[in-house]
Design a protein around this ligand. Structure first.
Ligand SMILES: NC(=O)c1ccc[n+]([C@@H]2O[C@H](COP(=O)([O-])OP(=O)(O)OC[C@H]3O[C@@H](n4cnc5c(N)ncnc54)[C@H](OP(=O)(O)O)[C@@H]3O)[C@@H](O)[C@H]2O)c1
Length: 305
């Protein structure tokens, strides 16, 4: 099969190469999926799981990409819950070969059905950004209607999902980002926008939940805005800052079939819009994942036409 591999941690995404690899065999509880479209998070080359297995042993050359939409072609011994020929989407294991390839071996529990009226390109854009937003807002942030949310990077992949889901849940959403992102964040449902390079974050006043996708100084300044009993949720590693009277939570997104179902249903009925930028083929993936200009939405690699 054709696959993108990486073997040099210092080379970043520029070190990606398109190679021929054997198709992966299904292990117990695995599913083989013929991938139609794959998502990629631009920071994957910084994750240790891209380079090692769970015991810290080198696993290069490894295949990056951890979200997919495709069709089941084979099942491993004992695998239940999905069938050959079924359309699926899902979140691949961080420590195994990923989805920038024609086939992936993935545990059945990491997959959810993809309805026939949802395009594979759309399906591949949802697992990481959708599940991260869902889990950060509702599982970790315990968001309730009427609360206020500071959604950082609101025009980005995760932030645009956070903005829409929080808005739908009845929260007041203040989006942030660069000056050029203002209209996009407002279109995704933010009631206000803070240009992090030109506006004063402190003018926001108090908020109940900060959803941090940036970290550093912006995280620190945001923590001080959190009202008593509120929460800082961050997805960029252990928090450097804590609210004076509240919780600070960092987490890594997990597969959840029921939550993926909720997200896909919202896309189908129009409550949730995807944030897709460039769509490229596997042959053109290395160039597309190393853009010369700023990304405007998530890059999706369309593996099969
Ligand atoms: N823990 C988890 O489970 C998890 C899951 C998903 C993602 N993540 C992490 O979360 C981060 C965001 O992921 P993503 O896919 O949403 O990325 P993304 O699509 O690039 O979104 C990030 C957004 O924030 C903006 N931004 C970043 N730094 C900024 C700054 N200093 N001032 C103003 N705007 C700024 C970006 O603008 P520019 O493009 O101009 O920088 C972009 O619009 C990444 O570090 C990723 O690894 C973690």
């Amino acid at each position: 099969m054709k696959a993108i591999v990486v073997s040099d941690e210092t080379a970043g995404t520029a070190g990606m190469t398109l190679v021929d690899r054997p198709e992966p065999p299904p292990a117990i509880n695995d599913v083989i999926v013929q991938i139609h479209a794959s998502g990629f998070v631009p920071t994957e080359m910084e994750w240790s799981s891209t380079w090692t297995d769970r015991l810290g042993r080198d696993r290069t050359p490894s295949i990056p990409g951890h979200e997919l939409a495709g069709v089941v072609t084979a099942l491993g011994y004992g695998t239940t819950g999905v069938s050959v020929g079924q359309r699926v989407l899902g979140l691949a294991d961080w420590h195994r070969d990923g989805t920038l390839a024609e086939y992936v071996a993935i545990e059945a529990r990491n997959l959810a059905p993809l309805p026939g009226d949802v395009d594979f390109t759309v399906g591949a854009s949802l697992p990481i950004s959708g599940l991260t937003a869902w889990q950060g807002l509702f599982d970790h942030g315990r968001l309730r209607a009427g609360q206020s949310v500071l959604a950082h990077g609101a025009a980005g992949a995760v932030g645009s999902m956070v903005t829409q889901l929080a808005d739908e849940a009845g929260a007041y959403v203040i989006g942030t980002g660069r000056a050029a992102d203002r209209q996009k964040a407002l279109d995704f449902g933010a009631q206000e926008f803070v240009d992090l390079e030109n506006d004063a974050l402190k003018d926001v006043g108090g908020v109940d939940l900060v959803f941090d996708v940036i970290g550093g100084d912006i995280q620190k300044r945001s923590a001080s805005l959190i009202r008593a009993g509120g929460t800082l949720v961050t997805i960029v590693g252990p928090p450097d800052a804590r609210p004076a009277d509240g919780l600070a939570v960092d987490f890594v997104v997990e597969s959840d079939r029921a939550q993926l179902g909720e997200i896909v249903q919202r896309v189908r009925d129009g409550r949730l819009r995807t944030n897709i930028g460039d769509v490229a083929t596997l042959d053109d993936a290395v160039g597309a994942l190393n853009p010369s200009e700023r990304r405007n939405g998530k890059t999706i690699i369309r593996i099969r036409a």
